[in-house]
Design a binder for this molecule. Sequence first.
Ligand code: ADP
Length: 360
Amino acid sequence: MYDALDTYKLLDKLDTPIFVLKVTDFEKQDFKLIYANEANIIACGVDLKKFIGVDLRTNFPGLYEVGLADKYFESVITQKTLEVGEVVYGDENVNRSAYTGKATPISEDTVMITYKDISALKEAEQKLLHQNRVLKEKNKSLEEFAYITSHDLQEPLNTISSFVEILLKTYDERMNDNCRQILGHIGSSTTRLKNMIISILEYSRLGNQKEKMNIDCNLLVQEIQEDFKTLLDSKEVKLHISNLPSVNGSASEMRMLFQNLISNAIKYQERGNIPEVSINVEDNQQGYWIFSVTDNGIGIAENDRQKIFKMFHRLHLQQEYQGVGIGLANCLKIVQNHNGKIWVESVLRQGSTFYFTIPY
Ligand code: ADP
């Protein structure tokens, strides 16, 4: 059995700073300090034991100025444990710092205070907020830069395209095959560059539409199906669509997301293979829907599964599969804008499943 002395020794070993106050005058809300453990020395920079028996108002006036003494008194009067929110406190005896604490009544006229110094935590929080702001600003100016440059770059490309056309039309008879071929290459490279620039423009615009709305994904996929009718028919695609939920998001971006994943599922197939595409959804029971788009296509090697979400990262030549290499970068940005994640699981030559999460 512990006696009172052992209990005090025990409390002195604790990391949590504790002190106990006794009301000496209920009308004036005066207290005196009747107990303090050693942890106070580290927590507030003063050995409170030296102040045992002293009047609180005279020795620690700051506690009254910031309203902490009021809370201690309220706890005694109501006989309830009260959280003492974040407060910055300091006086001639106590280090100035940010503290949180708790006042717990232990009798009708005594209250126990536990607290901790949260200044390091606050500082880290401030730093993080600042870094977050800087990052957001940088991101915004980068997007503006991408938008402006890609917009302006289109102009000289248009000029090149039209001059190539004029050359081919006007001087066709005076040109040999080699010359025609070279101009043909210039024309197709210019078109490719133009497509890339348009893609960057589109990418930089993603996230601009701040307004979110309720989107019925069944309806959305049905519309995409209608838009893709010719492609679906010509490739004899077998499409299986589960019953999909409604989500809150940007309608045009969600459409682009499904559209990119479905068209890739149809495109990246062995020649002659009939594409089979399934769209499913699962509730992860933690506030997210997990959507998936599965195909029976060529699959993606493990090493490439992260890289394909980077801008202009392609695994094939244009002759094998045509594309710009920005579809999945768009998907990643869209999903992130909707506070979700995207990833792919795949077996080479058997197929891939792209998963993405969207909060309910
Ligand atoms: P693009 O299709 O224009 O090349 P994406 O960004 O949509 O651009 O895709 C990037 C790359 O990821 C593609 O070039 C392809 O190699 C690979 N990829 C995307 N979807 C699939 C898929 N369903 N199956 C196999 N490979 C895929």
